[in-house]
Design a protein around this ligand. Structure first.
Ligand SMILES: [Zn+2]
Length: 113
């Protein structure tokens, strides 16, 4: 990552219409939606976050109709993989305040706005 300033985004007027810069709010997603989107898009691995100590990405993974969270990283502070409900992933998406973050996260699971 670099911190170099990016160009300032401005709304572009096209024929009197202002193009929205923010992504549309995808609304509330359900566990069922997450499950179906992952299966339909053959998504078996979803990044969650990097361990703050060793930097290894901990993640969700799907095996058939089951979702697991794998907290294992390089420094062994996370424990063993655990089965999770698809609702847990949906809750993680739904709790995001910023629509663009929410949409980005949903996309990781195969859900498009
Ligand atoms: Zn670690």
């Amino acid at each position: 990552m670099n911190n170099e300033a990016t160009t300032t985004e401005t709304n572009t007027e096209v024929g009197g219409l202002v193009e929205p810069l923010v992504m549309p709010d995808i609304g509330t997603v359900t566990g069922q939606q997450v499950k179906e989107a992952m299966i339909a898009n053959d998504i078996t691995y979803v990044d969650h976050h990097e361990c703050g100590i060793c930097g290894v990405m901990v993640h969700y993974f799907r095996d058939g109709e089951f979702l697991y969270f794998d907290p294992r990283c390089g420094c062994g502070c996370g424990g063993m993989p655990q089965e999770r409900e698809f609702e847990d992933a949906a809750r993680w998406i739904n709790m995001q305040d910023k629509p663009e973050i929410k949409a980005k996260l949903a996309r990781r699971f195969g859900i498009e706005a």
